[in-house]
Design a protein around this ligand. Structure first.
Ligand SMILES: [Zn+2]
Length: 879
């Protein structure tokens, strides 16, 4: 499947190269006309808030830790090698949250002959957040001194400070299933440092611009495996059922990147050049380790080559843990992933997580090697890691696939921009967690792509190399990145960085076009329509391609006025004029004056995924046109699967008179398309639009597909065509392990089942997590609407176990579902009341109805008590 896409792209690129050469021979010159004055732009500049002042440095941390699973405590001894940053210091302030501090002492420089360290006790005060230590004298920056701290970390007794939108908690240290009472869940311990949570489990200076080397002795029961940063130097059996693992990290990195993980992991070994690449897995998923992570060495090689800076660390390990509080975390040399990465090879046919794996790996240059100086400069970590996903997909699968990924990012950013527009670099945040948003990730990645397209690949990658080499093992602000680019290409780039990193919003462009056969000019007019009180008037370099018979002419224009016209000499009207031909500008674009003929030409002749997508979407505006009919059917064979899905979603208007051909075509797509999501989409379309009994065999065949999503759609389609066969088949699939399949079974029961299927919903509920759980609530709620009071009561019991969950999606689905049930019971109650009144009028017995009404009221009261309130913050994943 991937090979198929790749070959298709090679063909496209070959055509693109050919046309690019023809640009050289054209003599057409653009004439730039401006018809409005420059708009005064007011930038609101927040005051610079000193980010991270440094008084004392911790240059090295040595930790010895062991765990109390019953109390969920960590017993630790820390030895911190410190040095005043510049000024003389006679006190040190350390971050240490929620600990018991037992002893603070100064260690003598020399150890005693028996190896013990002589200690001098030091005075200190402890606020529960800060450990303020008075030193024995004043130290200068030429001195180093070693602090010894004996402490107990108590993460579960920490007063909750609210966590963030990104990380749902900030405990730093997590004990998973500590008493082993949860069946089917392993016992684990793992840490999450970002942003400033590692100070819960060791005393430190918990700031991103604090870099240190470290070593850690982790003592665990012998059945556990440990993972930490750097190298596992040795493991020592202690003879009491415990073992101590000694890890050292000899290169400096930031405090928040320190990690450890403890669990009964199986370690699957891999290799990049001569360095270890390891995957720490639950035993059940170890057979899939290579399928999940196997491209990691190739990714490391790809990024090392692309950046001209080899992977800088001694090893690369990845671990998957349970109940992780975020998406994944780039702890140096030891990335930690949430359990969504636990997938079988079959599950990966529908969706893999190479984007997440490449994201965390790219952080090992951008984030770990060069770290943002403060959280205000977090785009230097996250925008790059997000762009790392694009770079991997582009290198491995081609531009077409990468552009599909870019489109997802652009949509995500634009969705957030509807409710929030902020600068990328924010010195004025109120909570440091709020910078982890779709601006920092997706918009930042899109901006880097735009910068790459503007300066060209050679400058872009040379500048990244210079930036990495100049700032390695240190910290940077966005200005450091700008200066690296300026040093390589010579151009002052303040304009670009000011527009995109230090201002909010995006260009809102309206494009109009006109061709005059008399003057023989084609005119493109571009108007910037954003609100200039909040958003800059942008300078936007972009390319325009003019297509005429047999050739393409490319011109670079610079849009820098509110409204600007660009005229191009053209003896005959061009077949198509492609504005922003490289699809580089991050903007909202209204460009609606192309004819259907032009759009059809664009669909068939333009080289990029985004060009073809825009052409199809443009044609959607005129669904009765012949061009729409032709292009939407051609797009069923588009090399890009996203466009094949788009094509199926646009087929209904062309069905009439074309039924047989389209049915046959879609039967072929459902059986043979290389992408499972396209096969599934075709099944759903067939099921919705055709009722021929012959299709039942197509749906039966879908049940034998390798992809779970196709099987699921096949089952739902089958039940729609023949509900009895659907129900019978669903019953045979109740034991399936895949959540998608279980969900499809539930959809069948929802539509055609009865009370007797309730037990299945109840017994399988705990298999649904995250957004799947919200979907479960919706489908179960619909099922209950058709059930008896007894079953509804059982359902309410299940819902009552979910209403306390924090997840906002879940709250929304519960609220919607319970409100529907509430309204159904309110109607039933009203109807019974009317019936009772009618009987009273007729002087008839009402006892049976009154009893029924009482029952209904009882259920209604239970429902009302469960409907969750509307407020609550959204919890999203971060990577
Ligand atoms: Zn990240």
């Amino acid at each position: 499947m991937q090979l198929f896409r790749y070959i298709a792209l090679v063909v496209l690129f070959a055509e693109g190269c050919d046309t690019a050469k023809k640009v050289q021979v054209s003599g057409v010159k653009p004439v730039v006309k401006t018809d409005t004055a420059t708009v005064q732009v007011i930038h609101e500049r927040p005051l610079y808030r000193a980010a991270e002042t440094r008084l004392t440095e911790v240059v090295h941390t040595k930790l010895e830790v062991k765990f109390d699973w019953a109390k969920t405590y960590l017993y630790g001894q820390a030895t911190l090698t410190c040095r005043p940053y510049f000024y003389n210091e006679d006190r040190v302030e350390l971050d240490a949250r929620g600990m018991d501090i037992h002893e603070v002492a100064l260690l003598k420089a020399e150890a005693m002959p028996d190896g013990r360290q002589e200690k001098t006790k030091l005075d200190y005060t402890y606020t529960g957040e800060l450990l303020k230590i008075n030193l024995d004298k004043s130290y200068s920056r030429q001195d180093t001194f070693r602090l010894f701290i004996d402490y107990t970390a108590k993460p579960n007794e920490l007063k909750k400070k609210g966590g963030s939108a990104a990380i749902s908690d900030d405990k730093g240290l997590y004990f998973i299933n500590p008493d082993g009472k949860e069946k089917d869940k392993p016992r684990e311990i793992w840490t999450q440092g970002e942003t400033q949570s590692n100070s819960v489990w060791f005393p430190c200076i918990d700031k991103p611009n604090e870099k240190m080397t470290e070593e850690i002795y982790i003592t665990v029961d012998t059945n556990f495996t440990t993972l930490s940063n750097g190298e596992l130097v040795y493991q020592k059996e202690n003879g009491d059922g415990t073992r101590t693992d000694y890890w050292t990290m000899e290169l400096p990195h930031s405090t928040y990147l320190v990690m450890m993980a403890v669990g009964e992991f199986k370690v699957v070994k891999d290799k990049w050049r001569d360095r270890e690449v390891n995957y720490y897995m639950e035993a059940a998923y170890a057979p899939y380790a290579k399928a999940i992570f196997g491209k990691t060495p190739e990714m490391i090689e790809t990024f090392s080559t692309l950046l001209g800076v080899d992977y800088p660390w001694n090893k690369y390990s990845q671990v998957i843990v349970r109940d992780y509080v975020s998406g994944a975390m780039e702890n140096t040399t030891a990335t930690l992933h949430g359990e969504f990465l636990n997938q079988t090879s079959r599950e990966m046919l529908d969706k893999d997580f190479e984007d997440v794996i490449s994201h965390e790996l790219f952080h090992h240059w951008f984030g770990d090697l060069v770290t943002c100086e403060s959280w205000s400069n977090i785009p230097l970590n996250e925008s790059f890691a997000t762009y790392g996903e694009y770079l991997w997909i582009e290198r491995k699968y081609g531009r077409e696939a990468a552009d599909g990924h870019r489109r997802e990012d652009l949509d995500k950013y634009m969705r957030e921009a509807r409710r929030k527009q902020v600068n990328l670099v924010r010195y004025d945040y109120t909570d440091r967690e709020e910078v982890f948003d779709r601006h920092t990730y997706e918009k930042g990645g899109l901006i880097l792509h735009m910068l790459r397209k503007y300066v060209g690949d050679e400058v872009f990658f040379a500048a990244l190399k210079l930036y990495l080499q100049t700032n390695k093992f240190g910290n940077a602000e966005v200005a450091n990145l700008r200066m690296a680019f300026e040093k390589v290409c010579g151009e002052d780039l303040n304009w670009f960085f000011n527009e995109w990193f230090f201002a909010s919003g995006y260009p809102d462009l309206e494009i109009t076009r006109d061709y005059s056969p008399i003057s023989q000019h084609y005119t493109v007019t571009i108007e910037q329509k954003q609100d200039f009180a909040k958003t800059p008037l942008y300078k936007l370099p972009m390319d325009i391609d003019l297509y005429s018979e047999g050739k393409v002419v490319r011109k670079r224009i610079v849009v820098d006025k509110q409204k600007q016209s660009f005229e191009f000499e053209a003896a005959v009207q061009p077949l198509f004029v492609n504005v922003d031909a490289e699809q580089m500008v991050v903007a909202k674009v209204k460009d609606t004056c192309q004819s259907t003929a032009e759009l059809a030409y664009a669909y068939h002749h333009l080289p990029l995924y985004e060009n073809r997508r825009e052409a199809l979407l443009g044609l959607f505006r005129n669904k009765s046109s012949d061009q729409y009919k032709e292009c939407i059917q051609s797009a069923l064979d588009d090399p890009c699967w996203e466009l094949r899905v788009l094509a199926i979603s646009g087929l209904e208007p062309v069905l009439k008179g074309n039924e047989n051909a389209l049915r046959e075509k879609l039967v072929g797509v459902a059986g043979r398309d290389p992408k499972s999501l396209v096969r599934g989409k075709a099944l759903t379309f067939l099921s919705k639009n055709f009722s021929e009994p012959s299709l039942i065999s197509v749906y039966r065949d879908a049940l034998k597909d390798s992809s779970y999503s196709v099987i699921s759609r096949g089952l739902v389609a089958l039940s729609k065509a023949d509900s009895l066969e659907g129900l019978r088949t669903a019953k045979t699939m109740e034991k399936d392990k895949n959540v998608q399949v279980l969900f499809a079974v539930m959809q069948v029961y929802d539509r055609y089942g009865s009370d007797e299927n309730n037990d299945f919903f109840v017994s399988e509920q705990d298999k649904f997590k995250g957004q799947w759980l919200s979907s479960f609530v919706f489908v179960y709620g619909e099922f209950l609407l058709r059930c008896s009071d007894g079953t509804v009561n059982k359902g309410l019991k299940l819902f009552s176990g979910l209403v306390t969950e924090e997840d906002n999606y879940l709250k929304f689905s519960l609220r919607t579902t319970l409100t529907e049930l509430e309204s159904m019971y309110a109607k039933r109650k009203k109807k019974l009341e009317e019936q009772i009144s009618a009987r009273i009028e007729k002087k008839e017995e009402t006892g049976d109805l009154a009893a029924k009404k009482e029952e209904v009221e009882g259920v209604l009261k239970k429902i009302e008590a469960l409907v969750p309130p509307k407020e609550g913050k959204t919890i999203s994943s971060r990577f």
